[in-house]
Design a protein around this ligand. Structure first.
Ligand code: DX5
Ligand code: ZN
Length: 209
């Protein structure tokens, strides 16, 4: 499994230090939640923060765009240091164009579905993307509870795409429920609160399998 700590739950006053702790404890990816106050009710941060932290780590920057019109900003997020960009099917007017934009820059493309969006909405793009991000909470806030209803979606995608495909699950992951997501077929696990609300090293070790 790959652990992707979400910096949304980090202390931004000492962000670089917290990222380095997560990295040295064994987390391989860094999950970066971008919110626009429009696609989701909350706002977070964008390019300047990503650009700033890029110089402190070589971790894979897994940028999760919770924004409308993602196609307008893909280049800018790649310029700021993203290694992979995931956009929401509910937000993209032309999902194929988004995937092409990301891939033409040599980056990994991900497509995401909210808890109420069925897999059928992204079925036609599965062969074109490198990853599916299955949201296990309503996007917008950290610290919510994992929705078990998404496990069937993960199972379906794993069965259809086989072993080499990346399925990321995001929202409400704890050391107690991480195995549920892994057993359903997810292999990239996002965790915000579970990594950054206590001792980072200990928390990462509790989550890694
Ligand atoms: C929610 C974000 C998540 C969030 C996860 O909109 O996409 O990545 O930061 O936070 P926890 O792990 O606290 O649920
Ligand atoms: Zn996220």
């Amino acid at each position: 499994m790959i652990l992707a700590p979400s910096i949304l739950a980090a202390d931004f006053g000492i962000l670089a230090e917290q990222i380095k702790k997560a990295e040295s404890s064994g987390a391989e990816w860094l999950h970066i939640d971008v919110m626009d106050g429009h696609f989701v009710p909350n706002m977070s941060f964008a390019m300047p923060v990503i650009k700033s932290i890029r110089k402190y780590t070589d971790m894979f920057f897994d940028v999760h765009l919770m924004i409308t019109e993602p196609e307008r900003y893909i280049d800018a997020f790649i310029d700021s240091g993203a290694d992979g960009i995931t956009f929401h099917i509910e937000a993209a007017e032309n999902p194929s164009r988004c995937i092409e934009l990301i891939k033409s820059r040599g980056k990994r493309a991900g497509i995401s579905i909210k808890p109420a969006t069925p897999v059928s909405e992204i079925e036609e793009y599965l062969d074109k993307v490198d990853m599916v991000l299955v949201m296990s909470v309503e996007p917008g806030y950290g610290g919510q509870t994992y929705m078990n209803g998404v496990n069937d979606k993960i199972r379906y995608i794993r069965e259809k795409m086989g072993g080499g495909f990346d399925i990321e699950v995001d929202g409400g992951i704890t050391a107690d429920n991480i195995d549920t997501a892994l057993n359903a077929g997810a292999n990239v696990i996002v965790a915000g609160t579970a990594v950054f609300s206590g001792d980072i090293e200990e928390s990462v070790k509790k989550l890694l399998r």
